[in-house]
Write a protein that binds this ligand. Structure first.
Ligand code: FAD
Ligand code: DHB
Length: 389
């Protein structure tokens, strides 16, 4: 087989890149390890920055999002029973879109199907070769046979555990990591959201987040122990704990019901430098991870895709290689800012095992400063809605 861009990983980054390239007349093949059903059953992010929303328009897949997504002009921050609002619209003139990652992925698959694209599922042993030559290729197993895919470029969109990052030699690869000593227990339930905006809540018992997917689908998270498993938490125990961690007036309004999904995610900050090696480029979780506080995971994947897609199209259409040569540098400049923001929001709102009374006073002071300073709120809002590409 031969294509122009071989894309490893059929998550949101790989699919979006493939669709944008297709719109610009560049061919690609997507190789995904899992089945489509598996990819679509993963419940993950729910908040899209305007940059990603605009990319979805450029990719021609925004119709359902425009119809079913919800524009949020602000968010609520709580510290115990004290609650205040950050008004994104007033502070930045911008907003975010609440539309699930699962829905983005579904829309992308449908668009790729409609275009007759090659997206191969259940590929195993995927391995990139000859990255520092002009003729890289990928080998893999599919339906019992060994395949070879020749290409001009390889996009490593294979998530945190994928093989592409490991292809960058250790002599040039630097990895920066911070692991947080707690996780997030997430629950999805067919109940009306407790508020029409998200609530990020710091409490004596730990962090809680009230989010949503639509008028009758709520997504809630609570900070939990890393050693917890979803089975340790009955639905009743989850709802009781959530109620204790959000302001009383919200707890009184909370509508509970059976969970339809329950999972635990560890929290990690991670960046790999560089994000390119020869003719291979890393995008999204393959190159970096943020803790989920601040909803930057999917959005940073999208900003990488934005830079890479434009660089590849400039190469194919105009023979211009500047964007390709500087991809890693350009992408990382924005990534590090999103890393800082996610680390800051995580540190602001979670209880840490070793936290002293002084540390807690610092958190309280940081939240009080955010509550009363327009400058602090503007800084938070411009990061939350997404820094420009
Ligand atoms: P992925 O979505 O991980 O996609 C990578 C794809 O590559 C996968 O489909 C994988 O199967 C495939 N792949 C892996 N290895 C191979 C291989 N060897 N060969 C071929 N294919 C391979 N972000 C938020 O903003 N908010 C959240 O609430 C949130 N919750 C999350 C919960 C969990 C459990 C996880 C893991 C992440 C969460 N994130 C969240 C982060 C967000 O979902 C990711 O940042 C986003 O999915 C990144 O997209 P991606 O395409 O780069 O990676
Ligand atoms: C969601 C997840 C986040 O990490 C976040 O900061 C906001 C919303 C969500 O899944 O809805």
């Amino acid at each position: 087989m031969r294509t122009q861009v071989a894309i490893i990983g059929g998550g949101p980054a790989g699919l979006l890149l493939s669709q944008l390239l297709h719109k610009a007349g560049v061919a690609s093949v997507v190789l995904e390890r899992r089945s489509r059903e598996y990819v679509l059953s993963r419940i993950r992010a729910g908040v899209l920055e305007t940059g990603l929303v605009n990319l979805m328009h450029e990719a021609g897949i925004a119709e359902r999002m425009d119809r079913e997504g919800f524009i949020h002009d602000g968010t609520l921050i709580a510290n115990g029973n004290d609650q205040f609002r950050i008004d994104f619209k007033e502070l930045t003139g911008s907003h975010v879109m609440v539309y699930g990652q699962t829905e983005v992925t579904r829309d992308l698959y449908e668009a790729r199907d409609a275009a007759g694209a090659t997206v191969m599922h259940e590929c195993s042993g995927v391995k990139p070769h000859d990255l520092t030559t002009d003729a890289p290729y990928v080998t893999f197993f599919h339906e019992g046979a060994v395949h070879r895919l020749d290409c001009d470029f390889i996009a490593g969109c294979d998530g945190f555990h994928g093989p592409c990052r490991q292809e960058i030699p250790l002599s040039v690869r630097r990895e920066f990591e911070k692991v947080y000593p707690f996780g997030w227990l997430g629950v999805l339930s067919e109940t009306p959201p407790v508020d029409n905006e998200l609530i990020y809540s710091n409490s004596e018992r730990g962090f809680a987040l009230c989010s949503m997917r639509n008028a009758n689908l709520s997504r809630y998270y609570i900070q939990c122990q890393l050693s917890d498993t979803p089975d340790d938490w009955t639905d009743d125990a989850f709802w009781d704990e959530l109620r204790r961690r959000i302001p009383e007036e919200a707890a009184d309004r909370l509508v509970t019901g059976p969970s339809i999904e329950k999972s635990i995610a560890p929290l990690r900050s991670f960046v790999c430098e560089p994000m390119q090696w020869g003719r291979m480029f890393l995008c999204g979780d393959a190159a970096h991870i943020v803790p989920p506080t601040g909803a930057k995971g999917l959005n940073t994947a999208a900003s990488d895709v934005n830079y890479l897609w434009r660089a590849l199209v400039a190469w194919y259409n105009d023979g211009e290689r500047g964007g390709i040569d500087t991809y890693s540098e350009t992408a990382l400049a924005r990534i590090w800012k999103a890393e800082r923001f996610s680390w800051w929001m995580t540190t602001l709102l979670h209880r840490l095992p070793e936290q002293s009374e002084f540390d807690i006073r610092m958190q309280d002071a940081d939240i009080a400063y955010l509550q009363h300073s327009t400058a602090a709120q503007t800084a938070m809002a411009e990061n939350y809605v997404g820094l420009p590409y």
